[in-house]
Design a protein around this ligand. Structure first.
Ligand code: KIV
Length: 295
């Protein structure tokens, strides 16, 4: 596994910093303390759950950062949620660079992970490193994420060797939907062997954390117990070290089917729709604008 200092909380405390075991609290200058890769490691050791949400713009990035979400993933799920594609497959690096820059520029505490889209790393380690370097140089992200276990091991190793933290992503990997035969739960039955092999491969390559997407809760528990790096669930049940969701799903903005593993925490579509209808009505009947909104 990668070399992660696991005693960040202790060293922060010695330095006179107000400490949350992984990245809360404040700096001696009074601002929030930036979440770092070592805080993910500390969280696993201390049994503190890590929280992550996707974000694709500065408005949500600021809100989620201030709410204390530990990491923000500028996911290629921007394809379905922002860019109007049906899947993540058409998403390009050029699509994601401005979104990632907006998110990274808006946060004070959260750790920002840039998702490497389909076609930007499969050619091999050099292509993967080139893409990762672009994200780091052009956006201000703190890490990159890429899909695949054993098949992406060389790419992860190369990026990590260049000093760029990598969040791995195994289980159901949306970029290989067609190779996997559809939107199918991974790691069931005999599939646990491949899941464990993938998990060990990414840890061995130096990933600092691994996303487990759509795997049975018991399989995720086995992976979590086996690994030293934290596991982050997207539809992998409660026994992982952290949880990640696509924000538009839990906020009630998703068009179409919401996955079974999502709990809805807000109905923003309803709120926005009511607000738009009320505004339209006020404009059409002359109730807005009034003198108080005029210069
Ligand atoms: O792009 C994304 O949002 C993701 C998560 C679903 C893991 O990769």
């Amino acid at each position: 596994m990668s070399e992660q200092p696991v005693n960040a909380a202790a060293s922060d405390a010695e330095a006179g910093v107000v400490v949350n075991p992984y990245g809360g609290g404040s700096t001696s200058a009074g601002g929030p303390k930036r979440v770092r890769t070592r805080h993910f490691q500390n969280a696993k050791r201390e049994g503190i759950k890590i929280t992550g949400l996707t974000s694709y713009d500065q408005l949500t990035a600021r809100i989620f950062d201030e709410a204390g979400i530990d990491f923000l993933l500028v996911g290629d799920s921007a394809g379905n949620n922002v860019l109007g594609y049906e899947t993540t497959l058409p998403v390009t690096v050029d699509d994601l660079i401005p979104l990632t820059r907006a998110v990274a520029g808006a946060v004070k505490r959260a750790f920002v992970v840039a998702d490497m889209p389909f076609g930007s790393y499969e050619n091999g380690p050099e292509q993967a490193l080139e893409t990762a370097v672009r994200f780091m140089k052009e956006t201000g992200a703190h890490a990159v994420k890429l899909e695949g276990g054993e098949r992406s091991q060389k790419q992860i190793r190369r990026i990590v060797a260049a000093g760029i933290p990598v969040m791995a992503h195994i289980g159901y990997t949306p970029q290989s939907e067609h190779g996997l035969g559809g939107h199918i739960i991974q790691g069931r039955g005999e599939g646990i062997k491949q899941l464990l092999a993938d998990a060990e491969a990414v840890q061995e390559a130096g990933a600092f954390a691994v996303v487990l997407e759509m795997v049975p809760a018991d399989a995720a528990r086995q992976v979590t117990e086996r690994l030293e790096i934290p596991t982050i669930s997207v539809g992998a049940g409660p026994h992982t070290d952290g949880q990640l969701l696509v924000w538009t799903d839990w906020a009630g903005l998703t068009i179409g089917r919401i996955p079974k593993f999502v709990k809805q925490y807000a109905n923003l579509a309803g709120i926005l729709s009511d607000a738009a209808a009320a505004w339209r009505q006020d404009v059409t009947n002359g109730a807005y604008p009034t003198e108080e909104h005029s210069y």
